[in-house]
Design a protein. Sequence first.
Length: 445
Amino acid sequence: MEDAGLLNRQTPVLSTEQIGSAVRALTADMVEMLSAFVAAPSPSGQEQPAAAFMEAALHDLGLQSERIHLNSSALESLPLFSPPCCPDGGRYNLLATHRPAGKGGRSVLFNGHLDVVPTGPEAMWTRAPFSPYVEDGWLFGRGAGDMKGGIVCALTAFRALRALGVQPAGAVGFNAVLEEESTGNGALATVSALQSAVGAGKLSSFDAVIIPEPLGESLVSAQVGVFWMNIEITGHPAHAAYMTAGASPIEAAMAVINGLRELEAFWNLPQNRHPAYRDHAQPINFNIGQIHGGEWNSSVPCTCTLGVRIGFYPDMDVNEAKSLVEACVMRAVQRLGGRLAVKIGYQGFHAPGCEFDLDVPSMQTLADAFRKVYGEPVRRVATTATTDARHFRLMLDTPVTCFGPLARNIHGIDESVSIESMVRVAITLAQFIHDWCGVEPLASA
Ligand SMILES: [Zn+2]
């Protein structure tokens, strides 16, 4: 796939300076677009306001988008399917593709997620999370960094080339997906549609995929696997005055957390690490994201539930990782005697880790584009998070990486993205389109 369309590739006609100026001229538009995008709240499972915004933004660029509906029953047999956290609810991804006038050079797909994570208490934010504002060169709001800013960079790259009187000489796709933050089933829906439509003339395959996730202007060379697990512990309630007659599921949850911390530390030992994570401070993270339990201060509680996110290395099978963690949980509770029951359930991420080959021609072209813009080589990072890149790598074997702007406090309070970093990323993406797809005169409307 890498060499498809090589013969039709046209000679580059624009300088990095020209591309840079064209993007810089759009800085105010980027800020305006990102502000409106952030103001369209889109927590995982309720992405519709952002989908509507995106559909209009693509339309403004002259691109017709196709709605790819999330249909869990059609996806559930796929190995990368994650148990859903919410109903499909008629939600959809948007895929829009620019098609060149000529026979076509090499193609690229920009993939980005529409959903954002919960804000937490609004009172902890300096300003309301969906009321974006700019301060000291940073644009604040939930989703500004992760990852509406990156999506705006990709759209701006395309727009800047058109402002210079050219358009990509190869297909350029924009895929905006649902549920990246909880399952990845949104990207799975598009990838599955691409997979079954190759040759069917509707959707098409792409030679490379770039995901502008906020990974600080570096290229992602590997990502960890991630799964979500719910641990429901039922105890033996009693009056607090006779506490020792009961068995507390909250105390058991504390024992489970300690057990998980021990396993996490074991996986993080230098000798147990995947080579891509040799130099990380802590590659494996078991996050206790939720805890719910108890009924009354003077009662030994009936139940306690933990919601955890488990990271694991790219060379570990997801089902194997699940059984190792399950065994760890069961051991911790069994040590406390027979009056506690544990039920383990899975909703959300079932995501293997993977590595990305950054030495293939498309990824080298991206690294070269970076060097032209920044004047130095791009850094490669193995991320301790998961991204939708796994779907393209593991299902389609399409060259893929993440490359997006610098952000602060993603998944935290007062999330923000650097506007100057967004400009640099947009220039680099425009340079990449120019070098990889080639350009041709703008088709008259
Ligand atoms: Zn993200």
